[in-house]
Structures are given as structure tokens and as C-alpha cells.
Design a protein around this ligand. Structure first.
Ligand code: PMP
Length: 378
């Protein structure tokens, strides 16, 4: 199978796996049992991982709160909106039409009053609209950094500047950004940033919220218990997962720049091949986009039709896997102005670290065969 679903989950990098295997053997002690040497060893391993993660995004190790993944980190960030007014009022949060369900649905679940920034023609939050709806009443702004469906890159610095002017807390979900674009938390004026290991060649089940110390007191823990992580997230920390996430971040810091250029060239090879054959077109711009994302609107077949015929050869996606049980069509494509019929013709190919030219050419050849079959059928 040619794997082109990296935005749903990345395979674990063998270097991460090797480091984790070592941690499973050596760092089994409870990392909070610092009365003994083995506990301290595990604790040091976590500290080391936090430094690697922080270095990747321009933060400090003490700003990292480990979570079970991006969903939990997003939920923890949203607690900052409700804490100011208590539970009986409905503070306002500004999200965007491209946000992940773990922000939008969680905001509703917390009883927040949700305002939504519209998407621009590229599928990123529209900055003019953002400046119109963010105001002194807004408790928190939460936007996606790089979109998981259309790959659009959000102009975080501009939204951060609006938040600075209005004195609003600012959270970005950087799950898809970590492996693909440079991140500078301070320059974007971020109070909180969500990171995910499983989109960055690390293990599943671990993520982090990066917390600006000035905004720390506004958070309330989702899990309480042993008081771990300074009371912000109870529960024994999963040393081995933290170690894996840390190694994944070290690799990203070393390789992101060259890897992003390589991916953009590969992605363009795929898009050019598809467009030249007249099967479909890329939705949105090539610039300001995740270098591995190719969201294609097919002309003559549904994405489901294409992918069923391409099994088991190609693993790509008809929509975000996090909403694949929804009956409705993608809320992101809807926010981009697509009706159901067009949305059902959209397929997301997402490329990553182990994609290469040979695979792309094989995908193009497979698509060629499928298109001919369909043309004959019609
Ligand atoms: N945010 C974004 C932007 C994502 O792409 C995802 C995963 N699709 C999530 C949050 C949720 O991540 P997890 O399921 O690992 O909690």
C-alpha cells in the first residue's frame, strides 16, 4: 500500500521507536517516585523530552503540559475561557470555520458562546473578519494553525496582534503545523498552543499544551488526582511516550526545513500529474499550504468511488478521519463554500517523510487506470 494519509496519522519513525524501546527497558519506574534513583532517571527522561519539544516551538520546558493528545490539549486550553466567568455564564470564544471538532464541539460542550471567523478563498481564517468579531467581550480566540483537511496555513501573527490589542487570550491548535511549518509561539503572541505527537512521527496517545506562564493561572485541570504536572494534569506521566515525542521533535527540528521543500516538490508532482490528465484540480493555493497536502476536487467521480477502486493500493482520505462517522459532510469544506455534491468529489492526499517519487508515479498510474475504467463505464 502506498500511504498518503499522513495528516490523519504519521508512521512512527524508526529512530523514535528505537529510543522508546530503550525507555521501556530503562525508564519503567514511576517518574514521580523521585525518592529513588530509578524514579529520578525516568523523571530526567521526561524533562529531557520537554526540552526537545519546547526547543522545537520556541518555548521553555516548564511551559509544556503533557496530555493524552491534541483533543485533550485543546480541551484544556478552552478551560481558560470558562474560568473567568464561572460555569453559570456563557463567555464568548472566537473559533474559525476550519477548526477541528475537538475545539468546536468542546466549546459547545463547555457551554461557551461561539463566534466563528469565516474562511478566505484559500480556506484559512479571514483576517479582516477576525478583526471584526474579536473584541473586548471575547474571552479566548482559538484557531487551527495548519488545517488538517485543506492544508491552509493560518496567519497566526496577524490574529495574535488583534488579540494583543483587545487583551484576549489566544490559543492555536498546532497539531498539523509541528511537522510542516516553522513555529514561533512568542512572535504569534500565543497564550496556549496544542501539539500532537502522532502527526509528527511519534507515538499516539501523547500530546502537549504549551502554556505561556502569564496565562497559566487561567487554566483549570481536566484531570485531578496526584497533583502531577503542577496540578494542571493529574495522572502518572507516560515516560516512554514522552520520550518518543521528544525524539520526534528533535528530528523535526533538524529536518523540517529540507523535508518541507522536498515534500512541496513531490506534492506538486502529484498535483501537476492529476491536473495535466484532467481528472481534477487542487483546491486552494499552492503557497501558504502544508507542503504535503493535496486536497483535490475530482471532476468525474466521487472520492469514495476513487478510493474504493484504489484499494488496497492507495491509502488516502475522503475527509478528516475524526469526523468520518458524521452523517453530514465535512464542516471545513462547507465553510469553504462547497455544497455536498462538490464535497463528495474531494479527496485528500497527504504526503510525508516516507513518500517518494516512485510512489507518486505509481499513484498517478493507478488513477489513470481507474479513470479509464470509469470513462468506459459511463
Ligand atoms: N486537531 C487537529 C488539527 C487534528 O488534525 C487532530 C487529529 N485529526 C486533532 C486535533 C485530534 O487529535 P487526537 O485525535 O490525537 O486527539
Amino acid at each position: 500500500t502506498i500511504y498518503l494519509d499522513y495528516q490523519a496519522a504519521t508512521p512512527i519513525d524508526p529512530r523514535v521507536l528505537a529510543g522508546m524501546t530503550d525507555a521501556f527497558r530503562r525508564n519503567f519506574a514511576n517518574p514521580h517516585a523521585t525518592d529513588h534513583f530509578l524514579g529520578r532517571l525516568a523523571n530526567d527522561a521526561i524533562e529531557h523530552a520537554a526540552i526537545a519539544i519546547a526547543n522545537c516551538v520556541g518555548a521553555f520546558a516548564e511551559d509544556i503540559v503533557f496530555t493524552s493528545g491534541a483533543t485533550e490539549a485543546n480541551a484544556l486550553a478552552l478551560t481558560s475561557a470558562r474560568s473567568e466567568c464561572g460555569f453559570d455564564r456563557h463567555p464568548t470564544i472566537v473559533t474559525c470555520g476550519g477548526d477541528h471538532k475537538s475545539v468546536i464541539d468542546q466549546a459547545h460542550h463547555f457551554g461557551l458562546n461561539v463566534r466563528t471567523i469565516e474562511l478566505d478563498s484559500n480556506g484559512a481564517p479571514d483576517i479582516d473578519h477576525a478583526s471584526q468579531i474579536i473584541d473586548g467581550e471575547t474571552a479566548l480566540v482559538s484557531v487551527i494553525g495548519v488545517n488538517n483537511e485543506n492544508g491552509a496555513i493560518t496567519d497566526l501573527a496577524s490574529i495574535g496582534a488583534i488579540c494583543a490589542e483587545t487583551g484576549t487570550l489566544f490559543h492555536a491548535d498546532l497539531s498539523q503545523s509541528l511537522s510542516s511549518v516553522p513555529i514561533d509561539i512568542e512572535a504569534a503572541n500565543l497564550s496556549y498552543a496544542t501539539l500532537s505527537s502522532q502527526k509528527a512521527y511519534g507515538p499516539k496517545g501523547i500530546g502537549a499544551l504549551v502554556v505561556d506562564p502569564k496565562a497559566r493561572a487561567r487554566l483549570s485541570p481536566l484531570l485531578v488526582g496526584g497533583g502531577q504536572q503542577d496540578g494542571l494534569r493529574g495522572g502518572t506521566m507516560p515516560t516512554e511516550l514522552c520520550v518518543g515525542f521528544g525524539i520526534a521533535c528533535d528530528l523535526i527540528r533538524e529536518e523540517r526545513k529540507t523535508e518541507s521543500s522536498r515534500l512541496a516538490i513531490l506534492r506538486d508532482r502529484l498535483v501537476n500529474g492529476i491536473e495535466a490528465a484532467g481528472w481534477g484540480k487542487l483546491l486552494g493555493d499552492r503557497s501558504n499550504r502544508h507542503p504535503g497536502n493535496a486536497l483535490i476536487e475530482l471532476f468525474k467521480m466521487s472520492a469514495f468511488d476513487l478510493l474504493s477502486r484504489a484499494q488496497p493500493k492507495i491509502a488516502a482520505s475522503t475527509r478528516s478521519s475524526c469526523s468520518s462517522s458524521d452523517e453530514d459532510y465535512s464542516h471545513v469544506l462547507r465553510a469553504m463554500g462547497l455544497g455536498r455534491e462538490r464535497a463528495e468529489r474531494c479527496v485528500r492526499f497527504s504526503l510525508g517523510r516516507f513518500s517518494d517519487e516512485k510512489q507518486i508515479d505509481e499513484v498517478l498510474a493507478t488513477l489513470d487506470g481507474i479513470s479509464h475504467d470509469i470513462a468506459e463505464r459511463d
